[in-house]
Design a protein around this ligand. Structure first.
Ligand code: EPU
Length: 298
């Protein structure tokens, strides 16, 4: 397949990218191609040409909630991380338009520099704004869906449109944008002094650093929380903390994290997931459901 020609030689592509280096967990095989649009125009061109050529693709942003199988994927990977502009909305006061590949960390930092508060509740969450919108990423102090007031997306019909949203459109780690390509999002923030924002951000971060293995390679929480219970606590109570398969182990810091010591394979991680599910089912009577997305056959 001559992908550069299909994309009119206009968009940066590369062959056989190792997806492990595009994920925070750091495991997994390759994709046949990766396309790296750097602007909205390039992203739209890329999506329309891939669809026109009937070439299936998957979008990857920060790769922070993702387990890619060791054999990789057969679809083209569209990497949004080079599309990371953040600008004032213009007509909405205290709102920013953020391209989907901007990291949450950068959004927080740019907003703080402008004296805009709200995004700092997401401090310590890896990944990009696009991924955070699709999965309604969040923590103790709030979720992405609480901040977003509009999303520009390309739907399955190939049409690019802006949808206004409010927090009631989002649920626990779900959004109405699951099968769309997010181009950008408008986040509504509030005026605040940068020092107060910094203080709040440091509080969120320090709490997170105590509770989660932030420095290790991981994909965040592996399982959804069932109802009001914490999967991490259930996994701890079932005695799985520290359990190991190859280079993957259940974090001793937080039971719902699997950490890669640098030598793990996707298969190690997957075996550990199955072990945890089985043990928690047997000992705690709970059928844990995956939060992390799995690409390829693990
Ligand atoms: N707990 C344990 N053992 C553990 C982990 C937790 O006993 O190994 C206890 C804690 O002590 C606490 C309770 O369980 O009393 C809840 O723990 P925590 O506050 O860590 O929250 P969580 O329910 O485990 C959820 C999200 C996290 C998010 C935190 C923010 C899910 C699956 N997880 O975790 O999100 O950062 O709340 O407070 O919804 C993610 O989605 O990737 C993620 C990390």
């Amino acid at each position: 397949m001559d992908l550069p020609a299909i994309l009119h030689e206009q968009i940066r592509v590369h062959k056989r990218p190792e997806l492990a280096s595009y994920t925070t967990l750091g495991v997994g095989g390759s994709a046949p191609w990766m396309v790296e649009p750097v602007s909205k125009r390039e992203l739209l061109l890329c999506v329309s040409e891939l669809r026109r050529a009937c070439l299936p693709f998957r979008v990857i942003g920060g790769g922070s909630n993702l387990l890619v199988s060791d054999s990789g994927i057969s679809e083209i990977a569209v990497y949004t991380g080079r599309m990371a502009g953040i600008e004032d909305h213009g007509s909405l006061p205290n709102a920013l338009r953020v391209e989907s590949g901007a990291s949450l960390a950068r959004l927080i930092s740019v907003a703080r520099g402008k004296g805009l508060a709200g995004a700092e509740v997401l401090a310590g969450i890896p990944g990009t704004v696009g991924g955070a919108v699709v999965g309604n990423s969040g923590g103790r102090y709030g979720c992405m869906g609480d901040l977003v007031v509009a999303v520009t997306l390309v739907g399955e019909d190939g049409v690019c449109r802006e949808m206004t949203t409010d927090s009631s459109d989002f649920g626990y780690r779900v959004s109405p944008f699951q099968d769309t390509v997010v181009v950008d999002a408008v986040v509504q923030l509030e005026e605040e002094t940068p020092s107060t924002i910094l203080e709040r951000m440091n509080k969120v971060l320090s709490e997170k650093m105590l509770a989660q293995p932030l420095a290790a390679k991981s994909s965040g929480c592996i399982f959804r929380n069932p109802g009001h219970a914490s999967s991490g606590r259930l996994i701890e109570e079932a005695g799985c903390k520290g359990e190991r398969r190859g280079g993957a182990s259940v974090s001793v810091c937080h039971g719902n994290f699997i950490v890669n010591d640098g030598s793990a394979t996707a298969s190690d991680v997957w075996q550990l997931i199955l072990d945890i599910k089985q043990t928690v089912s047997k000992k705690r009577g709970e059928e844990l459901q995956l939060e992390v997305k799995v690409w390829g056959d693990p």
